[in-house]
Design a protein around this ligand. Structure first.
Ligand code: ADP
Length: 467
């Protein structure tokens, strides 16, 4: 019978952080390897956790172990203790010793992930010629098994030379070491995948939070600009009445019986001061009306439902260009439209975006040359990148970001008309398509506005993002 365990099995460290063999390997494949190994070498085999609890099904177990010893409570408990002991961490070689239960020869190697011991691969249940039958039979009494049955089963246990078993133990150790390396790599890979998944989830949450904030902001924008309209109409209405009252007063001043003193005093007030003040009020009101109108347009853009479809962009852009034919001719511009890939989008909104970019290319043309506009597109991964390029005045590097801001104009007092909204609208439209837009420019030479939009196909995905 075997001597006392060389190491206390209960001290075997539990797998850290709950890491298990099944987390890192396909257990069906591991079972196949174990079965093949047992078949090829003639030993029994099983893989257990560090405490000796089976993970795989036994291969090639002998009748004595499977049907007699392991069927008694003491025998089974001793088998598990033995499995934990023989499979303990022992990096230099396999542990080879008589089983702490039935006393047959066993060997074991540990499977580890870095410092974490996750499993024991055990082989054995063989006896060599030196085995002492009487000593082994005494164990039947210890565990309360039928002695005659035990004796018969013991005779059937495969015999193997000690030397042969040592070779098999050495091979087991090499395979166990490779499994440990593989387990380590698999864990690294699993951690990398988990980290990427987490980052993707966080990004998804952020995108959703941002979309929610955007919607809230657009609601506030809509309510504020909508509510500002009625006081504005009041001011417009009453300033018209004031202008009318001024007109009436002018008529009164013209009456001949009015004393010279009051007339002289009232004349500059009625002729100059009040009209001047009214002029300022009107231009202020006009400005506010433009701003409120702009805010309303932007906020409506966020609320409008997208009608997504696969768009023939050649047609869409040609139609947009045709709609602006008059301004294009007036400016003496040439527009070249190269073959454009299709994309998924809302026809009305995208037409508006291209129209704004073409308008700008005409407005911000260079004084020394006729405007040339080139519209192209190419597929890049899951996106189509469209480009509206011009040979206009260009944009200084420090303004490349600012031009997208609401009401931002780089030429507020210049000759070009505009409210500083065109590019804000373009950006909002593209964002509603889950795309992005940016500009590249060489001051004095021209600019390239680039719109990355989804390729034709995943319509539902965008509808979700932009809802
Ligand atoms: P607006 O044209 O009404 O001023 P936009 O939002 O369309 O408003 O454009 C913002 C600013 O960006 C413009 O005032 C102009 O200075 C600059 N910009 C836009 N498009 C171009 C372009 N194609 N070339 C040079 N500058 C441009």
């Amino acid at each position: 019978m075997p001597s006392a365990p060389t190491e206390n099995p209960s001290a075997a460290p539990a797998p850290a952080a709950g890491l298990q063999l099944a987390d890192l390997f396909d257990l069906t494949e591991i079972q196949e390897i174990q079965d093949a190994f047992a078949r090829a070498t003639g030993v029994a085999s099983i893989i257990t956790d560090p405490q000796g609890r089976p993970i795989t099904r036994p291969s090639n177990f002998c009748y004595l172990c499977e049907h007699i010893i392991r069927r008694t409570p003491t025998g089974l408990a001793n088998c598990m203790t033995s499995a934990a002991t023989i499979g303990r961490r022992h990096p230099e070689s396999a542990v080879i010793q008589p089983c702490l239960s039935g006393g047959l020869w066993d060997a074991g190697t540990s499977i580890c992930v870095g410092d974490q011991h996750i499993a024991n691969w055990l082989i054995g249940q063989v006896r060599d010629d030196a085995a002492n039958d009487e000593q082994m039979l005494a164990y039947a009494r210890t565990i309360g098994a039928d002695e005659a049955e035990y004796r018969a089963a013991l005779q059937q246990v495969p015999r193997m030379s000690r030397e042969q078993f040592l070779h098999i133990g050495a091979a087991l150790h090499l395979i166990g070491r490779q499994l440990s390396h593989l387990a380590y790599q698999n864990r690294q890979q699993a951690e990398a995948i988990a980290a990427r998944r987490k980052a993707e989830q966080e990004r998804e949450h952020l995108v959703q939070a941002l979309a929610l904030k955007n919607r809230e902001l657009e609601n506030v924008l809509y309510t504020a600009s909508h509510d500002l309209r009625s006081p504005l109409l009041n001011i417009q209405g009453f300033s018209r009445r004031l202008a009318q009252a001024c007109e009436d007063l002018r008529g009164l001043l013209a009456q001949p019986d009015l004393p010279a003193g009051p007339r002289d005093a009232a004349t500059p007030i009625i002729q100059e001061q009040i009209p001047k003040a009214l002029h300022f009020i009107r231009s202020g009101v006009d400005k506010m009306e433009t701003l409120i109108g702009g805010l309303l347009r932007i906020s409506r853009l966020g609320q409008v439902t997208l009608h997504l479809q696969t768009l023939d962009m050649n047609q869409l852009v040609q139609r947009t260009v045709a709609a602006g034919a008059f301004q294009i001719q007036e400016a003496g511009a040439t527009i070249e439209v190269l073959p454009l890939p299709t994309c998924t989008g809302d026809a009305t909104l995208l037409s508006q975006a291209f129209s704004n970019l073409i308008d700008n290319a005409l407005k911000y043309r260079h004084a020394d040359r006729a405007p040339r506009i080139r519209i192209s597109g190419q597929i890049a991964g899951e996106r189509v990148i469209y480009c509206v390029a011009d040979n206009g005045i260009g944009i200084a590097p420090e303004h490349l970001e600012k031009i997208w801001e609401l009401f931002r104009r780089l030429h507020p007092t210049g000759t070009t008309g505009g409210e500083g909204l065109g590019l804000t609208i373009v950006r909002r439209i593209v964002e509603r398509h889950d795309g992005h837009v940016w500009v590249e420019s060489a001051p004095g030479e021209g600019s390239r506005f680039l719109l990355a939009l989804p390729l034709a196909g995943p319509i539902r995905a965008i509808a979700k993002v932009s809802a």
